[in-house]
Design a protein around this ligand. Structure first.
Ligand code: ARG
Length: 580
């Protein structure tokens, strides 16, 4: 409980300075207790033995004697086995809850503003977005929301794959098909079909392959007719991606598109800068850089990063270096996050290393690859359709909504049909997003409809339901949420204590979530909060409490729980209906 630590810190500081123990020795020892229940905060005295020349038991009991009176309003302090245990008093928790409840930010402090680039989603033009892009989109969007809420300036960058050799064959295929027909096929979202047809012609016809190669040259040289055709491919694909974004309710808009093509003019600059740094060398006809950290391939040979191929074409790595120049020097950003799958780990390690070697970035820059694992099917392999194709994301999301709708129809038959449609969207989309976010991002997870749409366990419907249930307490009783917001918190029962502790801990959990860009930590927190609410509601009468003060205090707990759930879910990018 970080807020408690902050509050008791000055008292410990005073005692330790009296005892002659330096701050850097004791400060890190004062930490949240590992087990909920015993204490909120603990301080092990074992390592102080040498300095104070006393046993840990003696030290802890001495400190308690010095502190217990001064701390009595805040916490109860006790010792066990050389540990000092600090447990917040119910009165102190009550006053903290009151502060949090009166704050529209629910006690989450704003941080000093930083400008942060978040590179996420990044599907490829004329190719279906796959489940990996879904993960990037969902995780990236949650990180963006939290950073914004914390007061940062976020530059969203959707680094779409819209450039490179495949565009030669894609444009030729578009011409063969006729512009109108091609646009039609792309904007109904059959991107994969289009790509596959082009690829198969490329592989089977020499004439087509030659035309494609010529077309790439025209594209690279900025031929206006070719660029016009290229734009059709990009805009029709974007129309489809935007449909997915709007269903997912993510923040990405057209202005966030910063595709590979936008770095085209910077590519020669990359070569120049690598040459200036004396790190660009020739290898098998290509221009490459050997990073400082050695990468060894299967043949035991040291592996360079290829910047420009023998035919003069620039690689993905060159684009990423250009992108770093743009972010660091043009946009003047120091912090960049790349929300991209784990398979690109080596790519980013090499790119970051080379960027540093070339002086494109320095110690003031902080580049983080926020990597994530794969989405697997029930067979444990990469999630594909039954026919073995890439799953069309729009279809996947529609299926989730219709499954959610069937469940609500069953659970709440009295809900009107237009309400039901809205709620089904929130539940269906929330379920897919939450399943993704609640898995530790570096891990793979198995896509499982029944699990993600279940109203039990660590799922979005469970949290949404907890929220809706609280809203219904208020709507049934006709008591306004605002009334309870001015009530005093009077914590009596042990279920109220646990719920209060968890409510107070929201800001620390959000901090932990961002320490490593791990939205699953926020999910786990919200789940533990909803679970403690369930046992509170089961054991403590709310509307039928013994007296009106207790009722108002409990309503205030209900209100704050609902607001915490709602804000937490909002930061994950998931909406909570008031009724479901
Ligand atoms: N378009 C790439 C892909 O689908 C992801 C791009 C990620 N961002 C970047 N700056 N490289 O794999």
């Amino acid at each position: 409980m970080q807020i408690l630590i902050k509050e008791i810190y000055p008292f410990f500081d005073e005692v330790f300075s009296k005892l002659g123990v330096e701050e850097d020795i004791w400060a890190n020892l004062l930490a949240p207790a590992t087990k909920e229940g015993h204490a909120d905060v603990a301080l092990p005295c074992h390592s102080l033995s040498k300095i104070l020349k006393k046993s840990p038991l003696q030290i802890s009991s001495d400190i308690i004697d010095l502190l217990s009176k001064d701390l009595s309003e805040i916490a109860i302090i006790s010792c066990m086995n050389g540990f000092i245990n600090v447990q917040a008093t119910n009165d102190w928790m009550g006053s903290k809850l009151y502060e949090i409840s009166s704050d529209s930010r629910l006690g989450i402090p704003e941080e000093d503003n930083r400008k942060i680039a978040v590179d996420y989603s990044a599907p490829n033009v004329a190719k279906e977005m796959h489940v990996g892009h879904l993960r990037s989109t969902v995780i990236g969007d949650s990180i963006v929301r939290i950073l914004l809420f914390k007061g940062h300036t976020v530059i969203r960058e959707n680094h779409i794959g819209d450039w490179g050799t495949p565009f030669g064959m894609l444009i030729e295929h578009l011409l063969d098909m006729g512009e109108g027909e091609a646009a039609n096929e792309l904007n109904v979202g059959d991107l994969d079909g289009f790509y596959k047809q082009a690829r198969s012609k490329f592989n089977s016809s020499n004439d087509f392959a030659q035309r494609s190669r010529n077309r790439v040259v025209l594209l690279q040289s900025g031929d206006s007719g070719t660029l016009r055709l290229w734009k059709i491919l990009v805009s029709e694909s974007m129309r489809y991606f935007n449909e997915v974004y709007s269903m997912l309710n993510v923040l990405l808009v057209d202005e966030d598109i910063k595709g590979e093509s936008s770095y085209h003019d910077l590519l020669p600059v990359v070569i120049e800068r690598l040459k200036d740094a004396n790190i660009l060398v020739e290898s098998d006809g290509a221009e490459v850089v050997f990073p400082r950290k050695k990468w060894i391939n299967r043949e035991g040979k040291e592996m360079p990063m290829i910047i420009r191929k023998g035919d003069g074409g620039y690689n993905y790595s060159a684009t990423d270096l250009a992108c770093i120049i743009d972010r660091a020097e043009n946009l003047r950003i120091n912090d960049f996050l790349y929300v991209v799958g784990t398979p690109q780990k080596q790519h980013f390690e090499m790119v970051f290393d080379i960027a540093e070697m070339a002086g494109l970035i320095n110690e003031n820059h902080n580049l983080v690859h926020v990597n994530f694992g794969s989405v697997l099917g029930p067979d444990g392999k990469i999630f594909k359709s039954r026919e073995g194709n890439t799953i069309k994301l729009v279809d996947l999301l529609l299926e989730s909504i219709s499954r959610a709708e069937a469940t609500i129809k069953d659970k709440n038959p009295s809900l009107k049909s237009n309400e039901r449609n809205k709620v089904a969207k929130m539940i269906g989309i929330g379920a897919v997003k939450y399943a993704d976010l609640s898995t530790e991002r570096s891990k793979d997870y198995i896509f499982n409809w029944d699990k993600m749409l279940s109203f039990e366990g660590n799922t979005s419907p469970y949290l949404q339901y907890a929220h809706a249930r609280i809203c219904s307490i208020f709507s049934k009783s006709n008591i306004s949420r605002n009334v309870s917001r001015n009530s005093k918190f009077n914590i009596l029962e042990k279920e109220e204590e646990l719920l209060s502790r968890r409510l107070i801990a929201f800001s620390s959990h959000l901090e932990e979530t961002m320490a490593n860009y791990s939205p699953h930590k926020l999910c786990n927190y919200l789940y533990s909060l909803a679970s403690s609410f369930a046992s509170f509601y089961e054991n403590c009468q709310v509307l039928k409490s013994e007296n009106i003060e207790i009722m108002h205090s409990r309503l205030a707990l209900c209100d704050l729980t609902a607001r915490t759930l709602n804000l937490g879910m909002e930061l994950l990018g998931i909406e909570c209906p008031e009724e479901m």
